[in-house]
Design a protein around this ligand. Structure first.
Ligand SMILES: Cc1ncc(COP(=O)(O)O)c(C=O)c1O
Ligand SMILES: N[C@@H](CCCC[NH3+])C(=O)O
Length: 434
């Protein structure tokens, strides 16, 4: 049996999530279904925060909400004292609807629109993470128009290639995000921002990539950021108050993955920043991180119902489920791997390899290759660790409605995002009658 779920089997022999029987959840709320074990989300946020508290530094654990954004999710992040970062008007709007404290919101993005900046300034978001020169001009214009001021940070590309899928690398020189260091762009951006009385320059940010398993990249990025901050102090008499090393902390998807614990990442980041700051005689700054995947990934489960099966002599059989790439594009997009278990009997001996196929009209719509017991139509499969970039990247491809999202905690469950109906699918459509 999959070792991750040994403590999640109830008397009926079913998989439990947040103390709820997964079969009951599937029956009550339908499938495909996305379920979060909320206590796991809380646990992860607390694990990140604990180290900062122990290290006695000023800090912010800012949940990167692109991993999964919904009103309920922002509420949980807020309850846990997290900050959050948003990358679109949609995420900002959702956070505001959740009454997330606006001063704890930062706004990221490599091409924020004027409307998005207007919304951010009007609502006084905590920080705008400036990404490029175009944005400095646009923001300056918006601030003039609204006769307002705002806190900003500069995102730089530290020239570090994280060891991860190339789509998940963001810190290398050849990246669409942030100001380049070596060519002097970052220095020029700093000077522009410092000149602008309406922008309060709080510090410096870098994000090197996602699903990273090694400490090395974070050490290098943290050291580089302090280095840059020290050079800014020397050359421009500007002292950064905040250093933000981004997110990217890897999680375990399959048995071969050996991620570090949140505390291990944070310890190294804090130590590097403290050491480098001391070396440069630089005041210890506030240290911010932006975990997304590591907060919600391990807490998420996708439940699917088994439908058709196809045996091909001599080949691995296909078992098709009622969801697929519309609710989890990651296997098709990144060849991402997941563990799959038979939710109605996770202890039953896995005897056979299957391609777990989705229902979308794409040959690439294979959710996982899994060793499972023999299966029959109506069985419930659970894919584990689907909480990050699953529902948040969901689509209506083939005009399939997106699943419901349920939060389960301490034996109680609640729908936090309704299942889309067929009516929802057409609610933006208009008749053509020219
Ligand atoms: C700026 C920034 N911060 C944080 C994150 C969150 O990354 P992850 O979900 O890997 O922790 C991302 C996404 O990669 C990002 O672009
Ligand atoms: N969507 C990606 C991560 C993107 C991170 C955002 N910069 C994934 O699922 O791995």
């Amino acid at each position: 049996m999959n070792s991750q779920i040994t403590n999640q089997i109830n008397q009926a022999g079913h998989l439990t999530i947040g103390g709820m029987d997964s079969l009951e959840l599937a029956k009550e709320y339908g499938t495909p279904l996305v379920v979060y074990d909320v206590s796991q989300i809380r646990h992860q946020i607390r694990a990140f925060k604990k180290v900062f508290e122990e290290e006695q530094v000023n800090y912010a654990v800012s949940y990167a909400s692109k991993a999964f954004a919904s009103i309920a999710m922002y509420q949980v992040a807020n309850e846990e004292g997290a900050y959050t970062d948003v990358v679109s008007a949609g995420e900002l709007y959702t956070a505001m609807k959740a009454n997330f404290p606006i001063e704890r919101v930062s706004f990221h993005g490599n091409n924020k629109s004027k409307e998005e900046l207007e919304m951010a300034v009007k609502n006084h978001v905590g920080k705008i993470m400036i990404d490029n020169f175009y944005e400095i001009d646009l923001l300056s214009q918006v601030l003039e128009e609204q006769d307002s001021e705002i806190n900003v940070m500069l995102r730089i590309t530290p020239g570090i290639s994280a060891h991860t899928h190339e789509y998940d690398q963001t810190g290398q020189v050849d990246s669409k995000f942030g100001f380049d260091l070596d060519s002097g762009q970052a220095d020029k951006a700093l000077q522009e921002v410092l000149k602008n009385q309406r922008m309060h320059m709080l510090g410096i940010h870098a994000h090197i990539g996602s699903q990273i398993f090694e400490l090395n990249g974070f050490e290098m990025a943290a050291a580089k950021l302090v280095d840059v901050a020290a050079s800014w102090r020397k050359n421009y008499d500007y002292t950064a108050q905040i250093i933000n090393v981004g997110g990217g902390f890897g999680i375990k998807y399959v048995q071969e993955d050996h991620p570090l614990k949140p505390e291990e990442f944070v310890k190294v980041i804090v130590k590097t920043i403290k050491d480098e700051a001391t070396k440069h005689n630089f005041p210890i700054p506030e240290i911010d991180i932006e975990p997304g995947r590591s907060i919600v990934g391990p807490a998420g489960y996708n439940l699917y119902k088994v439908g058709s099966m196809k045996e091909i002599p001599g080949l691995v059989p296909y078992v098709a489920v009622d969801g697929g790439m519309g609710d989890n594009i990651r296997p098709a997009l990144y060849q991402a791997k997941y563990e799959t278990v038979l939710a109605n009997d996770p202890q039953r001996k896995a005897s056979q390899e299957f391609h777990v196929a989705g229902k979308y009209c794409e040959s690439g719509d294979i959710l996982a290759d899994a060793k499972l017991p023999s299966l029959k139509a109506g069985d419930i499969l659970a894919m584990l660790d689907t909480g990050a970039y699953g529902y948040s990247m969901a689509s209506n491809y083939n005009r399939n409605p997106r699943p419901a999202v349920v939060f389960a905690e301490n034996g109680k469950a609640q729908v936090v995002v309704k299942r889309e109906s067929l009516e929802d699918l057409i609610h933006l459509d208009q008749d053509y009658n020219i």
